[in-house]
Design a protein around this ligand. Structure first.
Ligand SMILES: Nc1ncnc2c1ncn2[C@@H]1O[C@H](COP(=O)(O)OP(=O)(O)OP(=O)(O)O)[C@@H](O)[C@H]1O
Length: 235
């Protein structure tokens, strides 16, 4: 277990945001968090990254926990090339160059190693962020709506790239999204939060391996309908 939350609650200025959240994060599990705006999804990620503390409840962190992040914005250094944007996240080793090449290959950016972020499209920049997060090598990857600004086709492409990278590293991923399809394709568990305050209203487990999932599959369509119903009542 990398991190365990037991009945964690959080408020801001007396207003409850998260209430009694219990959650276990372990490798190699992908947990997707869905919920209305203001449900406390980012606050929950902040508690997991320990950049915010809980007001009550218990947060137990395994000493070997090592975090990587991918945010909504790509957060690339504009003055550095794609290769440099990836290499700076950890100390160089004799295998760094070949590792970076392999990750760039995996996300389809091998030919863009010496390009600068402004020479890339939004989708390419997010692919670079993905490669960087996996090169960094954390065992828990926190992702806050990372594909939010991209069109459906690009999001789908990045979800497939993320699955391919995760299959190599098998880290734990906590993925916040508003997109039900992303959650259906990625999650081993889909956690639905309500708001005012943010409570877990449902956790749905999906057994089908990510590689074999299709959004047209009847079982996923049924889960989709269930999630939609839960989300509409969680407002
Ligand atoms: N540092 C803070 N100080 C005061 N209130 C905060 C702070 N951070 C978040 N909040 C409040 O906590 C609530 C939950 O915010 P949070 O960003 O966690 O929600 P969210 O589910 O991620 O929303 P969205 O889907 O819109 O990104 C909101 O009402 C927000 O205004």
């Amino acid at each position: 277990m990398l991190i365990t939350l037991q009945e964690v609650s959080k408020h801001y200025s007396g207003v409850p945001v998260l209430e009694k959240i219990s959650l276990k994060i372990q490798m190699p599990k992908i947990i997707c968090i869905l919920g209305p705006s203001g449900a406390g999804k980012t606050t929950l990620l902040n508690i997991l990254s320990q950049s915010e503390s809980a007001d009550s409840g218990r947060v137990t962190v395994h000493p070997e926990l090592k975090l990587s992040y991918v945010f909504q914005e790509d957060c690339l250094l504009p003055w550095s090339t794609v290769g440099e944007n990836i290499s700076f996240v950890k100390e160089a080793s004799p295998t760094s160059a070949s590792e970076i090449e392999a990750f760039l290959e995996e996300v389809g950016l091998a030919a863009y190693k010496n390009h600068y972020p402004h020479q890339l499209s939004g989708g390419m920049r997010q692919r670079c962020s993905l490669a960087r997060a996996f090169y960094h090598g954390g065992n828990m990857l926190l992702m806050d709506e990372p594909f939010h600004s991209l069109d459906y086709h690009l999001r789908f492409d990045l979800v497939q790239k993320l699955i391919a990278l995760w299959e190599r590293k098998k880290c734990a991923i906590v993925f916040v999204t508003h997109d039900i399809d992303e959650a259906l394709l990625l999650g081993d568990e889909i956690m639905i939060l309500s708001r005012h305050p943010g409570r877990i209203v449902k956790i749905i487990e999906i057994d089908t391996p990510q590689r074999s999932r299709s959004l047209k599959e009847l079982s996923l369509l049924k889960i989709r309908a269930e999630i939609l119903e839960q989300l509409l009542t969680a407002q």
